[in-house]
Design a protein around this ligand. Structure first.
Ligand code: FAD
Length: 466
């Protein structure tokens, strides 16, 4: 029918951006409708963060059981039942998407499983195979996320996988070429390597995880090699030939042509915002900027003031917690609160082995700003907890402003970096000084003490190092 139903806030996309925005908008008294053409939870729950972390953990457990005899524990006949692993992984996804569904329902949010497209700047049509409806909205939040970039020379299908298919393999492959050594490629490549796949990584820049400083990424690079992963840096994938059994990739390293044959090629060269699809953004008058991202201001507002955009569809770190953060800001801005985004302490984590985590400024960025720095770096190697965990590789690095004493940034590489970074994000958020961290009593023996020790180093009076 053509009569429009009136709604306060229309949210398009129920990923970590959209569902969080919907809940906050509802909490602030708005009537909310969420549209998603697929399962709620978005990429993150269904084919991103959560399933990848499940596989990473399975691979870790297998590796720990099979390879690590140095503390006197040996196990025989350790096996991977990969279909069981996949079933377990799918169970987690199902539980979590079910949880999001419950949260939406409990917050009295209407959910429509279908596609949305704009008719004009105040109306959208939503439809699926059985139904179609037209909504007039006072506000809209676009949270339609991103999808894997496809290379012309490596079209997805057959033996060429995107992260989505790589997460859902039925069997552990014998061999795999990973094109793109960013965090998704490294997480998945290292996981399959630990499970027994012969993995080759082709990375265009001069190190894996090029978004991070070399002193962090080199530890991952070293460990990849130790684990039998072949890494080619400054490598350009040129093309491939497929048979029904395998695929041969041609690539060049510094102009020299090479070939590698594997059962699969996984292409992880980045993600593209879903602005070019069937959303009809132009009918709403929403402007798209560089590289297809929707342009927004500090309230996540587009050029059309009552239409907002959040998450992977706007520029910035393509991470779930960044999408959720923007979701809350957009909902609050719609409700008339003064909320604006502040990206100063958004952590970035790679669940590689060892893990990498970073928040705030790194040394290079801080130096470029001309800040007088006090830097404190402390190794896992002398920390009691790290030793008892038999995980003594890595360090915590704190970047402080010598003049104000403030903590400006932190980087961690090593076990549990993903959890250690939380304290440092909080410290920056609270405007803590490096001394505050040194003065905070950290339980003994914990990995958190490495952070305290790094602060002592930055202050120039370390206890646990000469
Ligand atoms: P999405 O999660 O992409 O959700 C968008 C939703 O919109 C989808 O559900 C889609 O169905 C729906 N949609 C799109 N178009 C329409 C339409 N026209 N009508 C109706 N619905 C529509 N991030 C982390 O922070 N930590 C991690 O460990 C991590 N690991 C990752 C691992 C992998 C393998 C991948 C691929 C990603 C990972 N990410 C991780 C990134 C994270 O998944 C994304 O940053 C996050 O999902 C973005 O959230 P979003 O809400 O912007 O969009």
């Amino acid at each position: 029918g053509d009569a429009s139903v009136e709604i306060d806030v229309l949210v398009i996309g129920a990923g970590p951006g959209g569902y969080v925005a919907a809940i906050r908008a509802s909490q602030l008294g708005k009537s909310v409708l969420v549209i998603d053409k697929s399962e709620v939870g978005g990429v993150c729950l269904n084919r991103g963060c959560i399933p990848s972390k499940a596989l990473i953990n399975a691979a870790h457990q297998y590796e720990a059981a099979t390879h690590n005899n140095s503390i006197g524990i040996t196990a025989e006949n350790v096996k991977v039942d990969f279909s069981k692993v996949q079933e377990w992984k799918s169970g987690i996804v199902k539980k979590m998407t079910g949880g999001v569904g419950q949260l939406l329902k409990g917050n009295k949010i209407q959910v429509f499983n279908g596609e949305a497209l704009f008719i004009n700047e105040n109306e959208a049509r939503v439809f699926n195979d059985n139904e179609t409806a037209r909504y007039r909205f006072n506000h809209c939040i676009i949270a339609t996320g991103s999808r894997p970039i496809e290379l012309k020379t490596f079209p997805f299908g057959g033996r060429i996988l995107s992260s989505t298919e790589a997460l859902d393999l039925k069997e552990i492959p014998e061999s795999m070429v990973v094109i793109g050594g960013g965090y998704i490629g490294i997480e998945l490549g290292q996981t399959y390597s630990k499970l027994g796949t012969k993995v080759t990584v082709l990375e265009g820049s001069d190190s894996v995880l090029p978004g991070f400083e070399k002193e962090l990424s080199s530890l991952v690079g070293r460990n990849l090699k130790k684990g039998g992963v072949e890494v080619f840096t400054e490598a350009l994938a040129q093309g491939c030939e497929q048979t029904d059994k395998d695929v041969t990739v041609t690539f060049t390293v510094k102009g020299e042509e090479q070939k590698v044959t594997a059962q699969y090629v996984l292409v992880t060269v980045g993600r593209r915002p879903n602005t070019d699809g069937d959303l009809s953004l132009e009918l709403a008058g929403v402007e798209i900027g560089e590289r297809g991202f929707i342009k927004v201001n500090e309230k996540c507002q587009t050029n059309v003031p009552h239409i907002y955009a959040i998450g992977d569809i706007v520029a910035g770190l393509a991470l779930a917690h960044k999408a959720s953060y923007e979701g809350k800001i957009a909902a609050e801005a719609i409700a008339g609160l003064t909320s604006v985004v502040d990206y100063k302490c958004i952590p970035a984590v790679v669940f590689s082995d060892p893990e990498i985590a970073s928040v705030g400024l790194n040394e290079t960025e801080a130096k470029e700003k001309g800040i007088n720095l006090s830097i404190g770096k402390f190794p896992y190697g002398v920390n009691g907890r790290a030793m008892t965990m038999n995980l003594s590789e890595g360090f915590v690095k704190l970047i402080g402003d010598k003049d104000s004493g403030l903590l400006l940034g932190a980087q961690v590489v090593g076990a549990e970096a993903s959890n250690l970074i939380a304290e440092l994000a909080l410290a920056i958020e609270l405007g803590a000084t490096v001394e505050d961290i040194a003065l905070t009593i950290h339980a003994h023996p914990t990995l958190g003490e490495i952070t305290m020790d790094a602060a002592e180093v930055a202050l120039g009076h370390p206890i646990h190092v000469l």
